[in-house]
Write a protein that binds this ligand. Structure first.
Ligand SMILES: Cc1cc2nc3c(=O)[nH]c(=O)nc-3n(C[C@H](O)[C@H](O)[C@H](O)COP(=O)(O)OP(=O)(O)OC[C@H]3O[C@@H](n4cnc5c(N)ncnc54)[C@H](O)[C@@H]3O)c2cc1C
Length: 404
């Protein structure tokens, strides 16, 4: 430990999720979030102004005893789809986030979620305008979102009796709940099943690579475009010069690096916020393996898995009745097909090397070097894509099992 013991405690890289609770709680404003060499935010404590109150350490959800602190539990699960296909089309899975947001807005509430700023940096914002919510928050962005001072803003709205919906990764919801330190009837929290979050520095490098290739600046980006379906979703860039880039997840360099677990935040490999115990009222996920659980949701526009983790979550879900097609499912069976809900991603053996070289190597060369698929894997992927295209997904799964 160095001279700055508080900072040393806060910045243990196996634990710190970058949730910003420490920064939001500091009464002296002496905790700042700074990017490390890999492009992840960590707290820096200015000891000159620190009064050693230890609020930052005591509030840190990663330093708390878990899961005791997490009051809620995934108890009931539903397969569901927004009835409005236009909503599903712009959402990652079944569009349930947007329906919950709509419900909160119609009750004069406010919604916090992750959206891009003008330079495509991902940040948490708030809005009570449904058009902004659909445009900015709807759809997953596979990069860590910067929380900034949103926990303080949430508290201000709550103290002014405004209904608040806060959405984010499980560690961000944990950070908010820890910061607030008490339950509020007017707060609804929705977290996501989270695979892990890649480095904002890597995201920026990839975005710049795409802009160089297109000789133009990006004006719209989607990680979950559904032109080729929900299961084979695509990354879309629309550029100012009216060109576009659209490639399925297996062909897109960024998604290959993400899904190989080679660029996740260190704490994601040992995530403390997974499992049945949750800080949130509801948890949203893609319903991978839906065809093994029920026959009722056959199209490829997207189906969500929602778990209801508190009475509040259950009540809100019931109010969506008219706008959602849903079916209760066995929660254990549903989660069998979604490992990320319960288990951390496994660290890629070359992860640290990859991250070290991120600053010096070109993005395409780096991904070529570290994220190459073997010939047999590529062949498997071609076969599976073909089978999915011809709607024989169950056969595809059997092929996959036989080959593993
Ligand atoms: C980094 C990340 C990893 C994920 N990993 C998995 C997984 O392994 N398995 C799985 O089943 N589902 C995963 N999801 C969740 C999934 O992609 C969908 O978000 C979920 O199915 C809800 O879809 P929807 O159609 O209801 O709503 P959508 O409209 O797609 O959901 C959007 C919501 O996600 C929030 N959001 C978007 N990006 C971020 C971000 N980077 N950080 C915090 N909040 C964000 C928005 O604020 C909004 O509330 C992940 C999501 C993210 C962001």
């Amino acid at each position: 430990m160095g001279d700055n013991m508080i900072e040393d405690k806060l910045t243990n890289k196996n634990l710190c999720t970058g949730c910003h609770a420490c920064m939001n709680i500091c009464p002296q404003d002496c905790v700042e979030m700074k990017f490390d060499e890999e492009g992840f935010l960590y707290p820096r404590v200015n000891i000159e102004y620190c009064i050693q109150c230890n609020k930052c350490v005591n509030i840190c959800p990663s330093l708390k005893k878990l899961p005791e602190a997490m009051g809620n539990e995934m108890l009931i699960a539903y397969a569901c789809q927004a009835k409005d296909d236009k909503i599903r089309l712009i959402s990652s899975s079944g569009g349930i986030f947007s329906l919950i947001a709509q419900e909160v807005i119609s009750n004069e509430g406010i919604v916090f979620g992750a959206g891009f700023d003008k330079e495509f940096n991902l940040k948490h914002f708030y809005s009570d305008d449904m058009n902004v919510i659909l445009d900015k928050f709807t759809g997953s962005k596979y990069v860590q979102s910067n929380i900034g001072t949103t926990y303080k803003q949430v508290k201000d709205f709550l103290d002014n009796d405004r209904l608040v919906l806060f959405t984010g990764t499980p560690c961000q919801v944990a950070g908010l709940k820890s910061y607030l330190g008490k339950d509020y009837d007017n707060l609804v929290c929705v977290d996501l099943v989270c695979h892990g979050v890649p480095s904002p520095f890597m995201w920026n490098k990839y975005k710049e690579y795409r802009e160089r290739e297109a000789k133009s600046t990006a004006k719209r980006i989607s990680f979950r475009h559904k032109k080729y379906g929900w299961k084979r979703y695509s990354v879309l860039f629309e550029f100012a010069n009216n060109t576009e880039y659209l490639h399925t997840l297996d062909k897109d360099m960024y998604m290959r690096a993400f899904l190989k677990d080679i660029a996740l935040r260190p704490s994601c490999y040992n995530c403390k916020f997974k499992g049945y115990k949750r800080y949130s009222d509801m948890t949203l996920a893609d319903f991978w393996g839906i065809e093994e659980v029920t026959d009722s949701f056959k199209d490829d526009l997207g189906t969500s898995l929602i778990t209801l983790n508190s009475l509040k979550g259950k009540k809100i879900f019931e109010t969506l009745n008219d706008s959602v097609k849903s079916e209760e499912v066995d929660i254990k069976k549903a989660l069998e097909y979604n490992k990320a809900a319960l288990k951390s991603a496994e660290k890629h053996p070359s992860r640290d090397e990859f991250m070290n070289r991120l600053k010096t190597m070109e993005f395409d060369e780096l991904v070529d070097l570290y994220c190459k698929d073997s010939f047999s894997l590529r062949l498997k992927s071609v076969m599976i894509n073909l089978l999915i295209k011809t709607n024989t997904f169950n056969l595809a799964k059997k092929v996959l099992k036989r080959n593993n």
